[in-house]
Design a protein around this ligand. Structure first.
Ligand code: ATP
Length: 224
């Protein structure tokens, strides 16, 4: 049998604890690490193992075999110096895969220079979604991606309703891919599976589309 993947999450604030608990639900072996005993007390029931330690301390990390993890997520927020030192230490002990939280562009740049290419920005992701939703209320969710791409969930624009996907020709006309459709049944929307060219978009549908931000904006503008 394949062995369970093993992960460590360092920094058990709201973000770190959400990641650690989700990983544990997905049947991974998860070690939660924080300098604060209170934080560790709050997560210990939800993960495989939890430990109070200062993650800038190389020996403390080695004592927990952190170098043997499949991946380590550094979710420290406010204390950027602690985040940098922790990241540097993880590199020093040759952790295979290091994923680090950054709160702004400057922090991202520094982490990139250190050779970290997996960077999480919860604050930016939320602010992107909120600003997008305020400007365009039909947009319910935005997942920003590199190179000016994004995935958005949007209420089906009026111009697309009662038409087949073939007819709308998202790919040819707008360079967009429809990932899936969500259709209202009762109170909730449910995923319709992998859409086909003959699928007809209905009035209360939500659509999930992938493409360049400017192409998505154009599609919504034209069809609204
Ligand atoms: P969030 O923004 O995720 O809600 P927060 O604002 O509560 O988090 P942050 O300052 O962002 O707290 O830090 C996240 C966690 O990182 C905290 O629980 C803090 O104790 C922990 N932390 C900070 N420095 C270290 C360190 N050197 N070693 C281990 N954990 C640390």
């Amino acid at each position: 049998m394949k062995s369970k993947p093993r992960f460590a999450v360092i920094g058990i604030g709201r973000f770190g604890s959400a990641i650690a608990s989700k990983l544990a639900i997905k049947e991974a072996e998860v070690i939660a690490i924080d300098i604060s005993k209170d934080r560790i007390d709050s997560i210990k029931e939800s993960v495989t193992y939890s430990v109070v330690l200062d993650s800038t301390d190389k020996n403390a990390l080695l004592s927990q075999n952190i170098n043997e993890m499949d991946a380590v997520v550094v979710a420290i927020g406010e204390d950027f110096q602690a985040l940098l030192l922790t990241t540097f230490t993880l590199q020093e002990i040759n952790v295979k895969r290091i994923i680090v939280r950054a709160q702004d562009e400057a922090q991202k740049k520094i982490l990139n220079k250190m050779g970290i290419d997996e960077i999480l920005s919860p604050e930016e992701a939320v602010s992107d979604t909120v600003s997008e939703t305020l400007i365009n209320p039909s947009v319910l969710l935005t997942i920003p991606l590199p190179d000016s791409y994004e995935i958005i969930e949007v209420k089906a624009p009026r111009g697309a309703v009662n038409r087949t996907l073939h007819d709308i020709s998202l790919r040819q006309k707008y360079k967009l891919n429809l990932v899936t459709l969500l259709r209202k049944r009762g109170e909730h929307h449910h995923i319709l599976g992998v859409p086909e060219a003959t699928t007809v978009i209905e009035e209360d549908d939500l659509i999930l589309i992938f493409g360049k931000t400017k192409d998505i904006d154009r599609f919504i503008d034209i069809n609204e």
